[in-house]
Design a protein around this ligand. Structure first.
Ligand code: DX5
Ligand code: ZN
Length: 231
């Protein structure tokens, strides 16, 4: 059973103190730093671009997991690779040539992820599931932090996991993003999620270090064999 990784999303951090926010999350055991890139077109919000990723890269000691919520990601793959992304995910909804994009990301030496909006069916992945390094299931409509988890996402994680296994891509983890907190993280891990993004549950707390540690412990507890299974 592979371990669960926690990826705090800096979208909910204080943008004037990103270095401090990242350091706190890392002290709490963050495995990745999740960076949300929004263009005001694919999603209503505008956030950050390659220069900020480059600055974050200088201070982060864990890999950067960059989530592109932009209309034309192909134009910016090189820029985010140069800025220091280790993982780069793109939305299936904006890419008619997703196969080309996934392989372009991998050719840059990065892990390529594909992302599904809540209304996008798992079937959209059928022809690409064997090629990806990970799949990100959105459990809110992308654009903002602090939204409520959409319960249907739980079974969607399990469906994506099954599809990846069926395609012989058991090594590719399922990531989940949106509305994750200590109350629901156990359920999404049980459904098969192994990379957990959390923004407000980490940074909208008085102690992001502790919040990261507690979320990671709650996620790990869902992986631990139950006493009945151990018998
Ligand atoms: C939403 C972003 C998320 C966001 C999650 O569009 O993709 O990564 O930061 O924030 P929470 O955990 O607050 O839902
Ligand atoms: Zn995200």
């Amino acid at each position: 059973m592979n371990a669960v990784r926690i990826a705090p999303s800096i979208l909910s951090a204080d943008f004037a103190a990103l270095g401090e926010a990242i350091a706190a999350a890392e002290r709490g055991g963050a495995d990745l730093i999740h960076v949300d890139v929004m263009d005001g077109h694919f999603v209503p919000n505008i956030t950050i671009g390659p220069p900020v990723v480059r600055s974050i890269k200088r201070v982060a000691t864990v890999p950067l997991d960059v989530h592109l919520m932009i209309e034309d990601p192909d134009r910016y793959l090189d820029a985010f690779a140069e800025a220091g992304a280790a993982m780069l995910s793109v939305h299936v909804e904006v890419l008619p040539h997703l196969h080309r994009t996934v392989h372009a990301i991998q050719a840059l030496g990065l892990e390529a992820g594909v992302v599904l909006n809540p209304s996008t069916p798992v079937a959209a992945l059928t022809e690409i599931a064997a090629d990806v390094d990970y799949v990100l299931v959105m459990s809110v409509n992308p654009g903002f932090g602090g939204q409520t988890f959409i319960p249907r996402s739980e079974s969607k994680v399990a469906e994506v996991r099954a599809l990846l296994d069926l395609c012989g891509n058991a090594a590719a983890p399922v990531e989940i993003d949106g509305g994750i907190d200590g109350a629901n993280v156990g359920r999404v891990v049980a459904a098969g999620a192994r990379v957990i993004v959390a923004g407000s549950a980490v940074f909208h707390t008085p102690d992001p270090e502790r919040a990261t540690r507690e979320l990671k412990a709650a996620a790990a507890a869902a992986l631990a064999p139950s006493p009945s299974a151990a018998r």
